[in-house]
Design a protein around this ligand. Structure first.
Ligand code: MG
Length: 378
């Protein structure tokens, strides 16, 4: 496959990929990153995202975001930005769709709990776990474990990583040690994630009644678009008003990011992917909008993520995860033969993999099966 002339000179080209760990015939007529995206969409871990918490536990309401709809929104925002910057849309799409594959049940509370459980066994990082899912845990191919994705896709999935873990990852960990950047497509995926969750958490927060429009007026980003909508449609209220505000906020962030990134690229004189890797991060919001986004994020932390009703859920979730972990570690024979075998081979890491792979409802069911005395016969 030859270079695609419609892409910018600093975009990732399928034909120049650093390749896959296990050699395979070319993906043609698809591109290499298109094949990666397709493999991700067909994976079991991707389907599980439907039943994993973003902020609200999956069964709390049918309209709240789950990790699956979150990932789709990130992909949509990421593709829009990638296309505007003439970057490789398929690579951004693959990275965004895979970025949360390693997430535990129950959102960040689950991740923190599992990290605490694993503190004597190498810890738990969800970015690293996403990589572990695509590199090892998915079992779909006759000739290898994992999905055997391209280097650039795997690099984008590994957004952060401790230096200790980076040292163990060979070429993929190298950039953390050398303080180099990943492709622009990966940088776009990273910021698309932030844009998506800040905005949809405002939406879900309002829908749940835990946030109010009056309160959100403290955020300049929200207030500005709220006033704009009210000036144009003074009678508008309810869900339509919220959607009009949020779609404007997303639009403002995307346009600002594209404009700022174009200027960064020009200022840095970037001509190639090698230049991108050696430069400081080039995909960014302007200082002003970044500050406004930080302010909104802070508002959400105090008023939504730390709301007592959300905290009750997260504290319960942490207890479920910790109890399951402690019990399986002490009594691995409670696990099915397949998982028991994994624990005999990989110890605590296999328990961590098992728990991280659970959906919210599966974790709750497993907890009831083990601790619920009303189900003593199973
Ligand atoms: Mg995410």
């Amino acid at each position: 496959m030859s270079a695609r002339p419609e892409l910018a000179p600093y975009a990732a080209q399928d034909s120049l990929t650093k390749g896959r760990v296990h050699e395979e015939p070319p993906a043609a007529p698809r591109g290499e990153f298109q094949r990666d995206r397709d493999r991700i969409v067909h994976s079991t871990a991707f389907r599980r995202l439907e039943y994993k918490t973003q902020v609200f536990v999956n069964h709390e309401g049918d309209h709240f975001r789950t990790r699956l709809t979150h990932s789709l929104e990130v992909a949509q925002i990421g593709r829009t930005i990638a296309r505007m910057l003439n970057l490789n849309e398929e690579l951004t799409e693959a990275v965004t769709l895979a970025h949360d594959l390693g997430h535990t049940p129950f959102g960040h509370a689950g991740q923190d709990a599992l990290n605490a459980c694993m503190k004597d066994y190498g810890g738990f990082e969800h970015n690293l776990q996403s990589l572990r899912v695509v590199d090892q845990l998915e079992q779909r191919y006759a000739e290898f474990d994992g999905l055997n994705l391209c280097f650039e896709t795997r690099e984008g999935i590994l957004k952060h990583c401790s230096l200790a873990n980076a040292r163990e990852l060979g070429e993929l960990g190298q950039r953390f040690l050398e303080k180099k950047q990943p492709s622009l497509e990966a940088q776009v995926a990273n910021l698309a994630d932030e844009i998506a969750y800040n905005n949809h958490d405002v939406d879900d927060g309002l829908r749940s009644g835990l946030l109010s429009e009056e309160g959100l007026m403290e955020s300049r980003l929200f207030a500005r678009h709220h006033d704009e909508v009210m000036a144009k449609y003074p009678q508008l209220n309810g869900r339509r008003k919220v959607h009009e505000i949020i779609r404007r906020m997303i639009n403002t962030l995307i346009i600002d990011l594209v404009t700022t990134t174009r200027a960064n690229l020009e200022r840095a004189g970037v001509q190639s992917l090698a230049d991108v890797r050696n430069a400081s991060p080039l995909v960014s919001l302007s200082d002003e909008i970044r500050e406004q986004q930080r302010e909104l994020k802070h508002y959400l932390r105090i008023n939504l993520y730390q709301h007592y009703q959300v905290m009750r859920m997260t504290s319960k979730a942490a207890r479920i995860i910790q109890s399951l972990f402690d019990t399986f570690l002490a009594e691995p024979r409670l696990l099915s033969p397949e998982h028991h075998e994994n624990v005999q081979r990989d110890g605590a890491r296999a328990i961590s993999d098992y728990i991280a792979g659970m959906t919210d409802r599966y974790a709750m069911r497993e907890y009831r099966r083990i601790f619920g005395i009303e189900e003593i016969s199973v």
